[in-house]
Design a protein. Sequence first.
Length: 38
Amino acid sequence: RNGIELVDALFSRDGIVLILKDDQAPLAYEKLRSEISR
């Protein structure tokens, strides 16, 4: 849907760690940052 391929994810009580491909990390960061600031 958003063009970012999720390789893996780790969940804990404190948060989520997303494992992405190197070239997709900046795009994912920008998308998450824009959604959180809404």
